[in-house]
Design a binder for this molecule. Structure first.
Ligand code: SAM
Length: 294
């Protein structure tokens, strides 16, 4: 099998054992079975009925990989260790079980859930001591967020209804923090612990508004009072002043020369997630906040 894609056959060599998290239709599992032989493929999904349907489809193709209905965050210890773990569902933190279930030098490819959106991909290598480390990828990989987490959308409704909070002017356009194509957005989302957002223009013709909502109850209501020109008005409330944090992070990121996402990497060990710029041992490192879902 010859592949020209970036994550093609040479990244899943013959003889490798692979865990796929998020079986879905079974399509990806079928490709893996074709490539490696079904006995080397394990695929898990939280949804029992999806797993059963995928089992039937795969059987129809003559494949019988290891399938299980379970929360993907637990991995599949029965069929470990794995040389590769590929997640087609996003998690906000790299599950420790995955690292524990890999051989030294194994690779883990995972979309990161930044509270309901999941375009950020990280590719980690494990070292056999419980550590996994690697870079974020330049391109987006859109996947659903784990069903095990509560839906982020209701947070936005609460933020919209909240009439409390403090109001001030801001020179920072909301798009830098609330548009997944913006190079700063992932930095803000990772270091604040992630937030959902919603942009709308009120039916009374008022200026465009954008609401940001963190799972800890912090919220931001950003109004483009000056149209596309600064300043805008920002109202924020909840346990943290989220917009203040985003502004500080934007200053830091600007001082660092506005680095693109693939210059950043992640080190995961003992449950701690450390974000770094260019070099895991370099001067620019940030410990990610503990997930509020834990
Ligand atoms: C984008 S689909 C995966 C597509 C799949 N790989 C395919 O080839 O069709 C995401 C899947 O992740 C599953 N999922 C969501 N949360 C999960 C979790 N916590 N653990 C395991 N699977 C999960 C969903 O049920 C869904 O089937």
């Amino acid at each position: 099998m010859r592949s020209t894609s970036r994550f093609g056959a040479r990244h899943v060599p013959e003889g490798h054992r692979v865990l796929e998290v998020g079986t879905g239709t079974g399509y990806n599992a079928a490709l893996l079975c074709h490539r490696l032989g079904a006995e080397r493929v394990t695929s898990i999904d939280l949804d029992t009925s999806l797993v059963e349907r995928a089992r039937q489809r795969l059987a129809h193709l003559g494949y019988a990989p290891h399938l299980a209905a379970t929360d993907g965050a637990l991995g599949a210890p029965r069929f470990a260790p794995f040389d590769r773990i590929i997640a087609t569902v996003a998690f906000d933190r790299v599950p420790g079980a995955w690292i524990a279930q890999t051989v030294p030098g194994a690779k883990i490819l995972m979309p990161v859930d930044l509270t309901g959106r999941a375009g950020l991909l990280v590719l980690l290598t494990t070292d056999g001591t419980g550590l996994a480390q690697g870079h974020f990828l330049s391109h987006q990989g859109w996947f659903m967020a784990t069903r095990a987490n509560p839906d982020a959308q209701p947070l936005l409704g609460k933020a919209l209804d909240d009439k409390t909070g403090s109001t001030r002017e801001t020179a920072l356009p909301v798009t830098v923090a609330a548009n997944a194509q913006e190079p700063f957005e992932f930095f803000a989302a990772l270091l604040t612990g992630g937030y959902a957002w919603l942009e709308f223009t009120p039916s009374d013709g008022g200026p465009r508004q954008t609401v940001l909502a963190h799972r800890d109850g912090s919220w931001v209501n950003h109004t483009a009072t000056g149209g596309d020109q600064a300043p805008c008005t920002v109202r924020q409330g909840g346990p943290r002043l989220l917009w203040d944090e985003i502004e500080r992070l934007h200053e830091q990121w600007t001082e660092l020369g506005r680095p693109v996402r693939e210059r950043f990497g992640l080190t995961v060990a003992g449950g701690e997630h450390v974000l770094w710029l260019d070099d895991p041992q370099g001067p620019h490192r940030w410990t990610l906040p503990v997930s509020v879902l834990e």
